[in-house]
Each structure stands twice: as structure tokens, then as C-alpha cells.
Design a protein around this ligand. Structure first.
Ligand SMILES: Nc1ncnc2c1ncn2[C@@H]1O[C@H](COP(=O)(O)OP(=O)(O)O)[C@@H](O)[C@H]1O
Ligand SMILES: O=P(O)(O)OC[C@H](O)CO
Length: 502
């Protein structure tokens, strides 16, 4: 059994860096969180300063340890989980980024996607990578950096640069440039990874014109890949687990068997279903992705990504001024019995799965003289559940195993009304766990297994406890009628920015 009383989890998210200290029973013993700046230099562009990411992550890790009253010698090791797809390119010699990080939400890779699509590559790309040809993933962001940053291509050809997603960037910094490594779950989001071979795809590298010398090695998600420099935490800590945040949340929710699924309700919604040890082929435009690799074994997932979920509630607050705090939406939405046939389609940045329509835009339909702010608030909340219901329908159609419940987490999963709406629209119980921090819990779990701090996945599954279960109260015809009406509203939002129906 590992030395040390605690496991440290680093959770590097889109808007904040978080750190959490877990004990052997899976309880949280110390936490810290810091937001950092978002940069929007042009419409459709989203950037982070990689040094902000590193500094806030290091600060929060130290603060969480202090809050737990833990010294480095009390910590068995650490796990990392991260916002996925976000792309960093830096100099190997100095560790200096050569450009801002291009964030997953950034659309600047779209023209390259269009060119590849017009050249007929979309299907082949889906076959190799399991992904849609979309600017969301790292590949076209990296291609953009190599093309647009002066000197980048030449430096890359000389082997002087390193590419990484945020996990790789943090590992590089934590180890003082000693380790250049990613894990299979993060690699599977780059558009450069071959799901069938479990390695970088030469065909994709050629298609996107990316030199192989830029790429990190691909390690299992659970395993010791290096040690932190002693000065970071007052002692060298083994880095023993790495996974993308949505995969880590699925692990933290103990979705270890095929057919088990979780949905995270944050800024967006990310629903992942375990499909077992063979990648699924989606017929409904879901993503096929690595969940985690432990030893030689990879578990694969089907994923549906919705870009605007909790962000619709932020829009009620910041854009419309209907509420002052996100949690006020529940009381306001509960003050009416239904939306009075009003629907909000929050396609503010286009639509993700299963539509993948970058030209869709938000639509508020069914408004009458009787519509109040409460109806709009309720419609916004319901839009989160409706989009998730579309994902689950697609998953059920794609997957041979049906699911018996949906496990939930993320900031908006605290909303009881939303969770009841979700159960009603799915016809499946919605289950909220006691430890809400599934993402950090997953990173800690992956690290703790490698360190033999925990005995196995069974022990982690036994630690997972239900806080509340929401049972469906609607019958199938109520569900179908509501979804049919919603699809009418979605159709109105399609293709809007392109000036034509989608
Ligand atoms: N009670 C609530 N009801 C609905 N949405 C909420 C509630 N509390 C927070 N949210 C939404 O949840 C999101 C924050 O959740 P979080 O998991 O921290 O997101 P992220 O990790 O994407 O930053 C915000 O978009 C916020 O509007
Ligand atoms: O940082 P989050 O929690 O919004 O997650 C972002 C996802 O990893 C993007 O794919």
C-alpha cells in the first residue's frame, strides 16, 4: 500500500483551476479554486494564457494542501484532469509558449474543416478518430498555429517545439520539462489519434501537416509518468493519473460497466456512456472516444457534447437581467406550472451533438402577451434537459446496452427542478451522488489505483453513494409530445447565421 494519507487532484477547467485533497474513504479534505482570464480577441476566438493556467493550478494545489493541513510527505501522489482539446505549443528549450492557448470553444479551425470536408475527408476522419470534423478538436487548432505563428513551422521541423493539451502542459511544468506525455483519453480528442491502433495516426498527421516530433508520448490514464520538482510542493510527488475532465467525471461516477452513463451540467453538457472495450461506431453523430486506459485495457465511450447548458442560465442573469444569481432560476421557474408552450433553443454558438450546426443561432419561440419572465426562465432550464434528452435518445439508438439510470454532476445538477425535468424527459431515473466533485474524484481515483492507495475499481465503486434519486413521472406519450414540439423549435434555429434553413 502507498505511503501518504492523501491523494491530490488537479482539476484544470475552462474558467477556473481547482484542486482537491481526498482521503482514503473518498472524502474531500481540502479544496481551492481560482478563476483566470478569458481572452476573446476576435468573434469566435477564445484564448487562455498558458502561464495563467500553470500559475493558478500550482497556487490552488498548494492552497488545497494547506487547507487539508497536508505536507508533501502526507500525499501519496497526484492526478490531473483538464479541460480537453485546448491546444498549447511551446519551446522545448525554455518551456515558453509561442502563442496563447487556443481554447476548445474557439472556432478558428472552421475554414480548414470546411476545406477538408469539401475534399471528401470527413468520413475517413470519423473512421480513424471517432470524431466529427469540427473546429472543437485540437488538430485544426494546431495546424492553425503552425501556419500563422511566424517561424513556428520551421522551428517545429527542427524539433524545437512541443505540442500539448492542458494535461501535457501541466505535466511539463510540474516536472520541469522532464516529461512530455499525454494520456489516451486526452489524445483521443486531438483528431490525431487512431482509435483502432491506440497511437498517433500517420494519416491524420499527413492530412493536417503536423510533424510527429511535436507530439507527446501516450501513457495510460492510470500509471506513474514522472515526479514533480521538489520545490513545487516541498517534496517530489508522483504524477500517477491523467484524464480529460469528462472522462475523469465518468470514472469518478464509477460508470465502469457498459451501459452506465453520466451527464455533467456545467457551462455545456457532456454525456458519456461506457460502451466497453471496443470503440462504438455512432450512426447518430455522437463521438466515439477513449474513456481511460489502464494497463493494456482501454474502455471506450460514446459522447454527446452540448455547447450551451448552464451558460443559458448565465445568459438569463447577464444578458437579460432576469435573475441576479444562477440558483435563483429554480424559484422563478417553479412559480409557473409549465412554459406555456414557450421554448428557448440556446444555440448561441451553433449546435453541437447530434446536430453539429455551426450556423444555428438562439431562438425563443411561442411567445404571447401572456409570456412572463418566469416562462422564459423555465424554458431556459427545460432547454438543458431537452438537449440532454436528444443526446440520450441518440445514445440509446447507437448502443447495444440500454441504461438503467443517468448519473449526474456539475454546477447545474444542484437544481432539483432541472433534475426532475430530466428524469421526466428521459423516462429513466436521474441519480445525484453525495460527492458532487466527480471530475476531481475521477482524477484522484486513477492516480490512487496506480499507487495502490486504493485496491481496485470495486473499492471506488463502493465509495460512490447516492444523495438523491429523481424518478420519471411522465409516460412515453407525454415525453414524445414534448420532444416533438422541441424539435419544431430546434428546426427554426437551424442555419440562421448562414441566412438559410439548416
Ligand atoms: N442552481 C442552478 N440552476 C441552474 N444552473 C446553475 C445553477 N447553479 C449554477 N448553474 C450553472 O452551472 C454552471 C456552473 O457549473 P460548473 O460545473 O461550475 O461549470 P464549469 O465547470 O463548466 O465552469 C454555470 O453555467 C451556471 O449558470
Ligand atoms: O472545463 P469544462 O468543465 O467546461 O469542460 C470542458 C470540456 O472538457 C471540453 O471538451
Amino acid at each position: 500500500m502507498a505511503n501518504g494519507t492523501f491523494i491530490l487532484a488537479l482539476d484544470q477547467g475552462t474558467t477556473s483551476s481547482r484542486a482537491m485533497v481526498f482521503d482514503r474513504d473518498g472524502n474531500v479534505r481540502g479544496t481551492a479554486q481560482q478563476e483566470f482570464r478569458q481572452h476573446y480577441p476576435q468573434p469566435g476566438w477564445v484564448e487562455h494564457d498558458p502561464m495563467d493556467i500553470w500559475r493558478t493550478q500550482l497556487d490552488t494545489a498548494r492552497e488545497a494542501l494547506r487547507n487539508a493541513g497536508a505536507a508533501a510527505s502526507d500525499v501519496a501522489g497526484l492526478g490531473i484532469t483538464n479541460q480537453r482539446e485546448t491546444t498549447v505549443l511551446w519551446e522545448r528549450a525554455t518551456g515558453r509558449p509561442i502563442a496563447p492557448a487556443i481554447v476548445w470553444q474557439d472556432r478558428r479551425g472552421a475554414p480548414l474543416c470546411d476545406t477538408l470536408r469539401e475534399a471528401g475527408h470527413a468520413e475517413r476522419i470519423r473512421d480513424i478518430t471517432g470524431l466529427e470534423l469540427d473546429a472543437y478538436f485540437s488538430g485544426t487548432k494546431l495546424a492553425w498555429l503552425l501556419r500563422e505563428v511566424p517561424g513556428a513551422r520551421q522551428a517545429a521541423e527542427r524539433g524545437e517545439l512541443a505540442f500539448g493539451t492542458i494535461d501535457t502542459w501541466l505535466v511539463w511544468q510540474l516536472t520541469g520539462g522532464d516529461v512530455h506525455s499525454t494520456d489516451a483519453s486526452n489524445a483521443s480528442r486531438t483528431l490525431l489519434y487512431d482509435l483502432a491502433t491506440g497511437d498517433w495516426s500517420d494519416e491524420m498527421l499527413a492530412l493536417l501537416d503536423v510533424p510527429r516530433s511535436l507530439l507527446p508520448g501516450i501513457a495510460p490514464s492510470s500509471g506513474i509518468i514522472g515526479k514533480t520538482l521538489p520545490e513545487h510542493f516541498g517534496g517530489a510527488l508522483p504524477i500517477a493519473g491523467v484524464a480529460g475532465d469528462q472522462q475523469a467525471a465518468t470514472f469518478g461516477q464509477a460508470c465502469f460497466e457498459p451501459g452506465m452513463a453520466k451527464n455533467t451540467y456545467g457551462t455545456g453538457c457532456f454525456m458519456l456512456m461506457n460502451v466497453g472495450t471496443t470503440p462504438a461506431v455512432s450512426q447518430h453523430r455522437l463521438l466515439s472516444t477513449v474513456g481511460w486506459r489502464i494497463g493494456e485495457r482501454s474502455d471506450y465511450m460514446l459522447e454527446g457534447s452540448v455547447f450551451v447548458a448552464g451558460a443559458a442560465i448565465q445568459w438569463l442573469r447577464d444578458g437579460l437581467g432576469l435573475i441576479r444569481r444562477a440558483d435563483e432560476v429554480e424559484a422563478l421557474a417553479t412559480s409557473v406550472a409549465d412554459t406555456d408552450d414557450v421554448f428557448l433553443v440556446p444555440a448561441f454558438t451553433g449546435l453541437g451533438a447530434p446536430h453539429w450546426d455551426p450556423y444555428a443561432r438562439g431562438a425563443l419561440v411561442g411567445v404571447t402577451r401572456g409570456t412572463t419572465r418566469a416562462h422564459v426562465a423555465r424554458a431556459a432550464l427545460e432547454s438543458i434537459a431537452l438537449q440532454s434528452a436528444d443526446l440520450l435518445r441518440a445514445m440509446r439508438a447507437d448502443s447495444p446496452t440500454d441504461l438503467s439510470e443517468l448519473r449526474v454532476d456539475g454546477g447545474a445538477a444542484r437544481n432539483d427542478l432541472l433534475m426532475q425535468m430530466q428524469a421526466d424527459l428521459l423516462g429513466v431515473p436521474v441519480v445525484r451522488p453525495r460527492v458532487a466533485e466527480s471530475t476531481a474524484r475521477g482524477a484522484a481515483g486513477l492516480a490512487g489505483l496506480a499507487l495502490q492507495y486504493w485496491s481496485g475499481q470495486d473499492e471506488l465503486a463502493a465509495q460512490w453513494k447516492v444523495e438523491r434519486r429523481f424518478e420519471p413521472e411522465w409516460n412515453a406519450s407525454q415525453r414524445d409530445a414534448r420532444l416533438a414540439r422541441w424539435h419544431q423549435a430546434v428546426a427554426l434555429s437551424r442555419g440562421w447565421a448562414a441566412g438559410k434553413p439548416g
